[in-house]
Ligand binder design. Structure first.
Ligand code: ADP
Length: 275
């Protein structure tokens, strides 16, 4: 029986993240449900308070969309990360909002990452242990969909060392998404990641011409709220489908600044108060 050798990176990661007050994972069962959009909106909204320092870490190594959504890809010469002797300097969207993503290390938006798990693991560890975040109030961590190798790694590096505050789950009100988010809940409960709340995204669309509300994605079995009751986790409500939000994501603009009175922004303000 050989003694268990502790991964030395774990302590380095713990030390590096010790200057961050809240570390929040954003998880979804399925891709395309708005997880990166939610991470971006949350970061913009939190950083609208100049007293708060926010970091946004994109751990979706094969599908990094944060840099485009948050607007750091518009000027290619600035869409990069700098390595110093002390560590990695994140890319700043504004003074109090810093981002890290594999996208900044790629030559173009079209470049595909075709890496095996070990290489992805090395990159994730590097981001966690070498990024010079300075003191942060919140680090929002966008993850790939599902319960993949990356999630097992995140659990090992962050959760087991009590370096994570909790997770927000994002789903649409459609059964295929809700079914996958069940697996995510199951994963969190198995490994002991605290679920802060569940958000239903793209829930309802209000027509701009006739003001009629349509549930484009419709749950047939009670939706996110019923799921939360079943698993005894907090239900954080619905963010509507708003085409202006899609445009802001594509153009790297802050939806909450452009549309402060929209239903989606008001809902997000409510959600931030629960963090
Ligand atoms: P995920 O990270 O779960 O894969 P994304 O955040 O990339 O999903 O969102 C998928 C697409 O849906 C993006 O094009 C995004 O702009 C759009 N989207 C997400 N949420 C909304 C919403 N509430 N209203 C309109 N479009 C949305």
């Amino acid at each position: 029986n050989l003694p268990k050798v502790e991964d030395p990176d774990i302590q380095l990661i713990k030390d590096n993240l010790s200057c961050i007050k809240n570390k929040i994972l954003v998880l979804s069962g399925k891709g395309g449900v708005g997880k990166s959009t939610f991470s971006t909106l949350l970061s913009f909204l939190l950083s609208s308070d100049p007293e708060l320092n926010i970091g946004l870490l994109d751990l979706d190594i094969t599908g990094p969309s944060i840099p485009k959504m948050i607007g750091t890809m518009s000027d290619k010469s600035n869409a990069t990360l700098h390595m110093t002797n002390n560590g990695l300097i994140p890319n700043y969207v504004q003074d109090n909002l810093a981002t890290i993503s594999i996208q900044y290390l790629l030559p173009s938006l079209d470049e595909a990452i075709i890496w095996k798990s070990a290489k992805k693991e090395t990159m994730i560890k590097k981001f966690l242990k070498d990024t010079l975040w300075n003191d942060l109030d919140y680090l929002i961590i966008d993850t790939p969909p599902g319960t993949s190798d990356e999630h097992i790694l995140i659990n090992k590096l962050l959760n087991k060392t009590q370096s994570v505050t909790g997770a927000v789950l994002v789903t649409t009100p459609q059964e295929v998404s809700l079914n996958d988010v069940r697996k995510e809940i199951n994963f969190c409960q198995k490994v002991g990641i605290r679920i802060l709340g569940l958000v239903e995204n793209m829930a309802g669309f209000v027509c701009g011409s006739c003001n009629k509300k349509t549930d484009i994605f419709k749950a047939t079995t009670g939706g996110g709220e019923a799921l939360c009751n079943e698993f005894n986790i907090p239900y954080w409500g619905k963010v509507p489908l708003d085409p202006r939000l899609g445009i802001c994501c594509d153009q790297g603009e802050s939806f909450i600044d452009l549309y402060p009175e929209s239903e989606a922004t008001l809902k997000l303000v409510e959600i931030v108060e629960k963090l």
